[in-house]
Design a protein around this ligand. Structure first.
Ligand code: NAI
Length: 250
């Protein structure tokens, strides 16, 4: 098991990619703290892991709130003694007409996807430095971090910024033995696709025609890469965002 005894937090873990990451980490031997703003779905997700014998706890948190992130990291350390892996996965998207993007939309999307990940990283890194064992921080980016798509402009801007958080923080934190890396999923079959990415047959055809693999990705395929990146097998991968996209970006 690649992650035996490691302590991991995954945000946005009530469903989708975050849940798949938490489950895969647990299967690899980690003790996992699942965090999400949707407390009810989160609790049933954690209950199902615990029922299968995994060590998992739930912490309701809104990652756009600094105090929630601090409470989340404090809770993980209080429960398990330290923190080894942080996955800043929670994300939202809003479709917008570029010229009428509102301040509210802009702040909401960047508040979760960029601000939430930045402070999640910073607070987690402080706990890792205090424990002195290093760690791994994974930021969940997107192919949209590199593609210009005005209909999801705020989402694309937030993920582009997140890639820069990953590389900048990687340089700042590697002296402490903390590896910061990113994952850029392509179109993965989760609830997020309803947020404007895949809402009709024409969009599906367009996406599949531009995806060499000819299919959508599964959350478990992203989680497998997260488990690899979180493990010592990826010990020399620092600051990169790895695309898991069926070939979409090539
Ligand atoms: P999802 O919509 O299925 O799950 C996202 C989870 O994040 C939900 O459980 C939601 O309640 C939670 N969340 C939303 N706002 C939150 C907040 N403020 N605080 C805490 N939790 C919050 O989405 P999915 O697909 O699992 O996405 C996970 C990550 O992967 C996101 O960062 C997304 O941008 C990224 N991604 C997803 C892709 C896809 O095709 N599904 C493609 C590229 C990136």
């Amino acid at each position: 098991m690649k992650l035996e005894g490691r302590i991991a937090i995954v945000t946005g873990a009530a469903r989708g990619i975050g849940y798949a990451c938490a489950r895969r980490f647990a299967e690899e031997g980690a003790k996992v703290v699942l965090a999400d703003i949707d407390g009810d779905t989160l609790r049933s997700a954690v209950d199902s892991l615990v029922a299968e014998g995994f060590e998992a706890v739930a912490q309701t948190a809104d990652v756009s709130r600094y105090s929630d992130l601090q409470t989340l990291v404090d809770a993980a350390v209080a429960q398990f003694g330290r923190l080894d892996i942080m996955v800043n996965n929670a994300g939202i998207a809003r479709t917008q007409d570029f010229m009428t993007i509102s301040e509210e939309d802009y702040d909401a999307v960047l508040g979760v996807n960029l601000r939430g990940a930045f402070f999640g990283l910073q607070i987690a890194a402080r706990a890792m430095i205090a424990a002195g064992n290093g760690g791994v921080i994974i930021n969940m980016s997107s192919i949209n971090s590199r593609m210009a798509n005005p209909s999801v402009a705020t989402y694309a801007i937030s993920k582009g910024g997140l890639n820069q958080v990953t590389s900048t923080a990687a340089v700042a934190l590697i002296p402490h033995g903390i590896r910061v890396v990113g994952i850029g999923p392509g179109t993965i079959a989760t609830d997020m696709l309803n947020m404007g990415f895949l809402t009709n047959e024409a969009q599906r055809k367009m996406i599949l025609s531009r995806t060499p693999s000819g299919r959508l990705g599964e959350a478990e395929e992203v989680a497998a890469v997260a488990a690899f990146l979180a493990s010592d097998d990826a010990s020399y991968i620092v600051g990169q965002t790895i695309f898991v996209d069926g070939g979409r970006m090539i």
